[in-house]
Design a protein around this ligand. Structure first.
Ligand code: PLP
Length: 495
């Protein structure tokens, strides 16, 4: 083995970074890991390598020393330095030189590829809330100081039991507080043992779908519908059956015609995502009747029912269920803040054992300290006070959006009436919503075309979804001006 090995495996870029010794070490190590220099190969002497590279011998010696200390090289007295036959298995962290060009690994699974291609629930330009971010509440009005005080207080008095693995169903005082809240606010009956605290509604949805569905089982999904539910159903291997939504909510008769034998129906009855319509009582009863006949489950996602504008609260579907086939999902992402990642399920008592057992294999338990703080917030009236404040704030923000749409968006878009929740649907005329979406994004405005929530493109209405919960008055006006400009630009691009 001559000096050619050195030129083969050590290339010293004159503009390279790091000391010479580190770079020589890295080049030889990379050549060994990439198999360019095979185990057992004799390396040139440190003197020859130094001469070949035009560096001092001390430099190459120090690089060799480090490679020997890390187990890449062995020195055999009298015969030279060799690449170790067994490479170290705890490789030190550092750069492993990768093959240039496209990676050469196997493809995603079909399920992985399908999941990766589902649309996000909302397109984000990024940064703090801006017009018309979907799915974000009024973070600027969240009582951060109060939250910090509670965190501090509970951390200072934390017990050893609280530092241990928590109750897999969730902290008992929090489950009790949630049970009290839903019974008062959502018109249903449940006890703390039926509540399971989860790391956000999405986590709950995944758990439920995996527990209740076998691959190939039919599952109704509202059309248009929530992408998060679509992902959870796909992950469970369900056969997704889109079922149209009209002004009364999910069209149960259409679902029964299309897939009467489905095993599960996912619905957002208080505030259909994304259309915003509440499901009529007649439809709720029809859905329960169908589910009873078909022996199907109903998953009720009650993600933002806490905010209503001039309408009376409609009791949740769970409250009408006599069979124990409705699983209720609640979230604190809208009532508090999304980064909290806290939500809950209400399950029939007999599902508790299998659900908690299943949870052992995919835990993702929410942090106990957050649960302690939330339990305190709820038990001591702070949560109700916050909701009252937020209801007034959202009423104002919705008014600001409606006024801005009237003043700046006249002739460009028309808002549908908003009765619940934190987003609005705006109908467009003579211009394609997908084109407007692209023009809006280019102007830093966050909206979504309704088509993004449809499984079957033909069913898409030519409309946009606009969030208003996180958008302050001035930003609404600026945002509406930009959105109107986006609509004009999209019109021009038609010709
Ligand atoms: C229909 C629907 N369900 C649930 C959620 C909340 O999910 P999570 O609690 O995982 O934030 C959202 C949030 O935007 C939603 O739109």
């Amino acid at each position: 083995m001559g000096n050619s090995v050195a030129s083969l495996c050590v290339r010293l870029d004159p503009h390279g970074r790091g000391s010479l010794q580190t770079r020589i070490y890295g080049e030889i190590r990379g050549a060994i890991l990439d198999g360019i220099v095979a185990p057992g190969t004799r390396l040139p002497s440190s003197r020859a390598l130094a001469a070949d590279l035009g560096v001092s011998r001390t430099t190459t010696l120090l690089a060799f020393d480090r490679l020997m200390a890390e187990g890449y090289l062995n020195a055999r007295r009298g015969s030279g330095t060799f690449v170790a036959c067994e490479l170290p298995d705890d490789l030190p962290r550092g750069r492993v030189s990768r093959r240039p060009g496209a990676p050469n690994h196997p493809p995603l699974s079909r399920r992985g590829a399908a999941l990766a291609s589902t649309a996000p629930a909302a397109w984000r330009v990024g940064g703090p809330p801006r017009a018309f971010r979907i799915g974000t509440p009024a973070l600027d009005l969240f009582p951060v100081r109060l939250w910090a005080q509670l965190v501090n207080r509970h951390l200072q008095s934390v017990t050893l039991a609280q530092l241990d693995y928590g109750d897999p169903a969730g902290l008992r005082p929090l489950r009790e507080a949630i049970a009290t809240y839903v019974q008062a606010a959502r018109g249903t009956q449940c006890n703390a043992d039926q509540i399971v605290v989860v790391a956000g509604a999405q986590r709950g949805l995944e758990l439920i779908c995996r527990m209740l569905l076998d691959p190939g089982d039919g599952a109704w999904l509202e059309e248009p519908g929530y992408p998060g539910a679509r992902s959870a159903l796909m992950e469970a291997g369900a056969r997704i059956v889109p079922v149209r939504v009209d002004e009364d909510g999910l069209d149960v008769a259409a679902g029964a015609r299309r897939a009467g034998d489905a095993r599960l129906a996912y619905v957002t009855p208080s505030h259909q995502f994304p259309l915003g319509v509440p499901m009529s009582l007649a439809r709720r009863l029809a859905l329960l009747r169908w589910a009873s006949r078909a022996q199907a489950w109903i998953v009720e996602d009650d993600y933002d029912s806490a905010f209503r504008y001039g309408t009376r609260p409609v009791p949740c579907l769970h409250g009408l269920d006599v069979d124990g086939r409705v699983i209720y999902i609640g979230s604190f992402s809208k009532t508090l803040f999304p980064a909290l990642r806290l939500g809950f399920l209400i399950i029939p008592p007999d599902l508790r054992k299998p659900l908690l057992a299943m949870r052992r294999s995919a835990p993702g338990y929410p942090p106990v300290l957050d649960q302690i703080v939330l339990a305190d917030l709820m038990a001591n009236g702070h949560f109700d006070r916050h909701l009252r404040r937020m209801r007034a704030a959202y009423r104002e923000r919705l008014e600001a959006l409606s006024e801005a749409a009237d003043r700046y968006g006249r002739g460009a878009l028309r808002l549908r009436p908003v009765r619940t929740g934190l987003h609005a649907v705006a109908d467009l005329e003579d211009v394609d919503a997908d084109k407007v979406f692209h023009e809006a994004v280019a102007r830093g405005i966050e909206v979504m075309p309704l088509s993004a929530y449809c499984t079957e493109r033909s069913a898409a209405a030519n409309s946009l979804v606009l969030g208003f919960g996180s958008v302050r008055g001035d930003d609404v006006i600026r945002g509406m001006e930009q959105l109107t400009a986006a609509i004009k630009a999209a019109r021009r691009s038609i010709g």
